[in-house]
Design a protein around this ligand. Structure first.
Ligand code: DON
Length: 588
């Protein structure tokens, strides 16, 4: 970005303050510190921090202005939950491709008092949804309908999720939403990637929206242009003034229902009023000296993650070097088996039976790896392969605060700009999460994932997800906070980032930024990022694997929290924002 960095001493504030104190704790130093704590990032000229080292609190998200919104509420006395709310709301404004109030998500948290939390604010199928709603009269899947336009949307959960998070927060909601309203009303400067994004999406927005939308204009967008979203600002004000009802009832709900009727949408005001957040029991399992806390169903992510850790540990993953042919093959074969189980067994447990205990049991997983042959590619069965799409949209936030709370939130519209439908008069993008259901057994979704009746559509049911917000504890204290977007690549990226730190002792920066690879049973390929080692590709080829280069995998936001020196209470926080996007880490 050529937008320059105008914010004042935000992240080296600590150092400068200390320096002054060493000379003398003068009145000037106190004023300076206070000024630093309150300095706001300039919405029209800002820069990205890719990694920071701090010792109190940190936020990593997909956008600098959103990370800053989270950080500034913590500086005002809020905790990591306050920051999670403020950051998500700001992302809905500054990162409309994925940040959202028209989508859904999951939050996994570990509080300073030792409690684990798993909030499920995933979208649900509307009451009028049916199992065959995306099939034509010949029972063929018409997948464009689950991906684009009004019929593709599930009932959004994000706003209900924010209010469910509020009970763990400290500041009033009106304070937490203030920055998002500001950003929508007064505008902010687009990054280069966002300007390109809007230009590339011009046709699809025009196709799917009858009225003027904020992201569409005749002249091409360019970096530094200011985006103002007045309708969205008004929606946010209704949420500020009326709370959860400001979205799920009254004017906003009416606008959503009306928008649905202008096309083939089926979400009604009753669907919105009936939406409920579900507090789940977080999935927790040990790995070596660590405890891993992650998302249970309706995300497949937690089960897959646990399967990957257990299957690879059985074969002693850590004994093979990082990105050696042995370690990559072992991870790939574990991924193949985990994703085969996803397709066969997983769905919303409130509607179907899922053998979770068996799927993660040591004996079952030992059996799963019984036919693993080192040095020789396995072979997935022959169900039709899907295409893995490279343009995808979800977003993850990792946060830690000075009180010892850790929060990992992944939220999504599913695809880039969701259903591409913006609610007229309310200014926000609706999700296309219905595509995460199995629209027909064996028909791949946009991420190439297949499923069966377990993940079939039913009214009120939540579509199977891969989102894996995760916290790793060491000595019962948060050690890693991690998550990423990336559709089906999410659990494999989270897994690889964690073993990169724990087993391969990579720095947090390398753990995030080193090339990632992915296998999901079907299609039977290893997809790799462009910078994946060439000779490693050749080695894997010789074993019988088909390697396909693809675009970037995920945008991982990772925080590590470690003790420094001999003083046990003093901590070092390293926060890393993925190099693959505009992602940004901030802290103090
Ligand atoms: O819930 C899921 O698994 C998907 N809807 C996530 C989509 C996603 O990560 C796209 N982003 N890159």
């Amino acid at each position: 970005m050529d937008v320059t960095n105008l914010y004042l001493c935000k992240d080296n504030c600590q150092f400068k303050t200390l320096h002054l104190r060493m000379k003398k704790l003068s009145f000037f130093a106190i004023c300076f510190t206070t000024f630093c704590a309150q300095a706001q990032i300039n919405h029209f000229k800002y820069n990205n921090n890719k990694n920071i080292t701090v010792n109190k609190a940190a936020v990593v998200s997909a956008h600098a202005l959103a990370s800053d919104a989270g950080l500034s509420v913590m500086k005002k006395g809020g905790n990591a939950f306050d920051a999670a709310i403020a950051t998500q709301l700001a992302l809905a404004v500054v990162y409309p491709g994925a940040g959202n109030i028209g989508g859904g998500g999951f939050m996994v948290a570990h509080t300073s008092s030792g409690k684990n939390i798993a909030l499920d604010y995933r979208e649900s199928a509307p009451a009028k949804a049916t199992k065959d709603m995306y099939l034509d009269s010949a029972k063929n899947a018409v997948t464009i309908l689950s991906m684009e336009g009004r019929l593709a949307s599930g009932v959004p959960g994000t706003v209900a999720g924010l209010f469910a998070t509020l009970k763990y927060a400290k500041l009033p909601f009106s304070t937490l939403i203030e920055e998002a309203i500001n950003l929508a009303e007064k505008g902010f400067a687009l990054t280069k990637a966002q300007a390109e994004d809007f230009n590339n999406s011009h046709a699809v927005f025009t196709r799917n929206n009858k009225n003027q939308v904020a992201f569409v204009r005749d002249a091409p967008w360019k970096e530094g242009d200011i985006l103002i979203q007045t309708e969205l600002a008004n929606t946010l004000k209704r949420i500020r003034d009326k709370g959860v009802k400001g979205f799920y009832e009254g004017e906003t709900a009416k606008l959503i229902a009306t928008e649905m009727k202008t096309g083939n949408g089926i979400i009604t005001e009753a669907d919105l009023k009936n939406y409920k957040v579900k507090e789940r029991v977080a999935m927790q399992f040990p790995y070596k000296d660590y405890q891993i806390i992650t998302m249970p169903l309706p995300s497949s992510g937690g089960i897959i993650l646990q399967q990957l850790f257990k299957m690879t540990a059985q074969k002693n993953l850590a004994s093979f070097p990082f990105h050696s042919k042995e370690s990559v093959q072992l991870i790939v074969e574990a991924e193949r088996r985990a994703f085969a189980d996803r397709a066969e067994f997983m769905g919303d447990e409130d509607f179907v039976k899922v053998p979770v205990k068996t799927l993660v049991s040591d004996s079952y997983l030992k059996n799963r790896m019984a036919d693993y042959v080192a040095g020789k590619a396995g072979n997935s069965s022959k169900i039709q392969p899907g295409q893995i799409k490279e343009s995808e949209e979800t977003t993850h936030i990792s946060i830690t605060d000075a009180e010892g709370n850790a929060v990992a939130v992944t939220t999504t519209l599913n695809d880039h700009f969701g259903s591409k439908t913006i609610i007229s008069g309310a200014g926000f993008v609706m999700n296309n999460e219905m595509d995460d259901f199995s629209v027909k057994p064996g028909v791949p979704n946009m991420y190439g994932a297949i499923g069966n009746d377990k993940n079939a559509i039913a009214p009120g049911k939540r579509m199977l997800s891969s989102m894996t917000p995760t916290i790793v504890l060491k000595n019962n204290k948060p050690f890693i906070v991690v998550g990423t977007p990336g559709g089906t690549t999410i659990p494999t990226s989270v897994f690889q980032s964690i073993v990169n730190v724990i087993d391969y002792k990579l720095s947090a920066i390398d753990a995030v930024n080193k090339p990632k690879f992915h296998h999901q049973w079907q299609p039977d390929i290893i997809s790799v990022e462009k910078d994946f080692d060439k000779s490693l590709k050749e080695d894997l080829n010789k074993m019988g694997y088909k390697i396909v280069e693809r675009g970037t995998i995920g945008r991982t936001e990772l925080i590590t929290i470690t003790a420094t020196g001999n003083i046990k209470s003093k901590i070092k926080i390293t926060a890393v924002a993925d190099k693959r996007g505009d992602d940004d880490a901030r802290g103090y």
